[in-house]
Design a protein around this ligand. Sequence first.
Ligand code: UP5
Ligand code: MG
Length: 194
Amino acid sequence: MSAKPKVIFVLGGPGAGKGTQCAKLVDTYGFKHLSAGDLLREERGKAGSEFSELIEYHMTNGTIVPVAITCKLIEKAMQKSAADTFLIDGFPRNKDNLDGWLQEMADKTQLLFVLFFDCPNDTCIKRCLKRGAAGSGRTDDNLESLRKRFVTYQDTLSIIEYYKKQNLVITIDSNRSADEVFEDVKIAVENVKK
Ligand code: UP5
Ligand code: MG
């Protein structure tokens, strides 16, 4: 029987730098990056998807898509990849997500640790607004959606607490340049690999 796929959850506020740091981790360690948000945006864009409208509604309102949809997309993406370690970015974000993962995926995977990018809200907001102004095309890179995203983000803090109690959380200050942040990320990953 082959070993279970390994998982690293990557959490942090909207714009904390999850995607940016995951890209660097992919380049350095060859992990497979699965952004739950990207998977949902891809599903939303598929012609004929029965979930397009629901996903669009939740994204614009900064609320969370029901876990059955997100978890299935993650599972399918994992099955399509030959990688042995997956960065799951932006998931689980709330209790519904966590319950769904524990029920469907926890036994099929090995959770290595949780990377938590800690960043003040005002920095996160500036980054997302800058990205929106530069033409990201994201329907949630505007102040109204961002305010809602930060309200919803409060629920993610309780998920981080849940994993902290299991000593699985590595907290990284991401209010610095992306390269400085990554120096600490590398140290964290190397320590776990020892
Ligand atoms: N940037 C990054 N790092 C920087 C640094 N150190 N210094 C200066 N600039 C930096 O970065 C954001 C921007 O900041 C970029 O322009 C970057 O260049 C710059 P990024 O790396 O993209 O940050 P990230 O944390 O990934 O921000 P993102 O906006 O993707 O975070 P969200 O968590 O809000 O977005 P996500 O795509 O995960 O989710 C979007 C929505 O999808 C949610 O609100 C929700 O409605 C839905 N969703 C679900 O329902 N369920 C899920 O499981 C996941 C998402
Ligand atoms: Mg992202």
